[in-house]
Design a protein around this ligand. Structure first.
Ligand SMILES: CCC(=O)NCCS(=O)(=O)O
Length: 349
């Protein structure tokens, strides 16, 4: 049995799982998302250059990736401190901050935020999607990638002694690239060694989550300890959703607060509203998956912070939970989604 067994690893060290409380399992606090910059629609260039004004807030919600300045959460440490204090006040206890290599992970900043606010913060190990892999990463063998991920959990990452408590979000596209497949195999190997939680960012195709699970399984990954993120923009057909749910991973609806008409990363996708997300959660609960559901906001742009008129990290606790209760999800099931399921997932075997 390792020293991590039965514990959760935060940026301030190991904690007892009972200390976590209500947990958002997929957020970003300090990151950069320049890799996803999308040019503004023709004619909107001037707005994109000068976005943070009241009259541009709706535009920013519809076009969050078309304004470079919006993509640097890392510039907002003071606002993030206020957000986390508000999150605690709203009843939140823990945030999984799954920024990985490729999107500007900043572990010292996370440690500082955890110290200043009392929110438990759990950092992510591993690599984001292919377009952010360096040449050095692409050349690494599965064994070397495994060693690097294991080291980020056991010893610390980015030249610090701050240890990651989950692997992920591990980025994958559709189709999954060769470099991403190597990272997935390394993730499974590392998970087999460490007995740790894993979280995956799937490509934007209904077939993507199952393909990732198959690759992880082939390499000895523990699917019962793996979260499939972003299902709200990935699987829409109820039959396909149940088929995927049957594979055994946690099912994460983590884009609460995101409402946009034209989803620039896949124009075929109709991004659901929060009401539609709650409806899908109620469906999964009715079908018996209440022990597998996780929720979050996946905040990764500035406009979603309350400082810029956004919903902030407390939106689920303040607005979505009451809605869930009116749509057939009982309080004890809400507690499973917010407390028990995250705790089980995050505890090292
Ligand atoms: C780094 C944040 C991230 O990857 N978010 C996912 C956004 S989306 O693919 O679901 O649009």
């Amino acid at each position: 049995m390792s020293a991590l067994s039965g514990k959760v690893q935060t940026v301030l060290g190991l904690v007892d799982p009972d200390q976590l409380g209500r947990t958002m399992t997929h957020e970003h606090l300090v990151m950069g998302f320049e890799c996803s910059y999308t040019p503004p629609p023709p004619g909107d260039e001037a707005v994109a250059e000068n976005p943070f004004q009241m009259q541009h807030m709706h535009w920013l919600r519809q076009n969050p990736y078309s304004c470079r300045e919006n993509l640097f959460l890392s510039q907002e440490l003071s606002a993030l401190r206020d957000e986390l204090l508000a999150y605690r006040k709203a009843g939140g206890g823990t945030i999984v901050e799954n920024t990985t290599t490729g999107i500007d992970r900043d572990l010292p900043a996370l440690r500082q935020l955890a110290k200043e606010t009392g929110v438990h913060i759990i950092a992510g190990a591993g690599y984001y999607i292919d377009s952010t892999h360096t040449e050095a990463t692409r050349k690494m063998s599965v064994e070397k990638l495994t060693d690097s991920i294991v080291s980020e959990v056991l010893h610390g990452a980015d030249g610090t002694d701050i240890r990651c408590g989950v692997i992920g979000e591990i980025g994958t596209c559709w189709p999954i690239t060769e470099s991403e497949k190597k990272v997935l195999r390394a993730t499974a190997n590392a998970q087999a060694q460490l007995g740790c939680p894993v979280i995956i960012h799937p490509g934007r195709d209904p077939a993507a989550p199952a393909e990732v699970v198959r690759i992880l399984q082939e390499s000895g990954g523990d699917i019962n300890k793996t979260v499939m993120s972003h299902l709200d923009r990935t699987i829409f057909d109820e039959g396909e959703l149940l088929e995927f749910a049957n594979m055994g991973s946690y099912l994460e609806y983590d884009l609460f607060g995101t409402e946009m008409l034209n989803y620039p990363f896949n124009l075929k996708v109709d991004m659901p509203s929060d009401s539609q997300r709650v409806k899908t959660l109620a469906f999964l609960v009715k079908e018996g998956y209440e022990d597998k559901i996780l929720v979050a906001h996946d905040i990764h742009t500035k406009n979603r912070l309350t400082k810029f008129g956004g919903h902030g990290y407390s939106h689920i606790l303040k607005n979505i939970v009451p809605k869930m209760l009116t749509r057939g999800i009982a309080q004890h099931q809400v507690d499973k989604i917010l407390i028990d399921n995250p705790k089980r997932w995050l505890t090292f075997k």
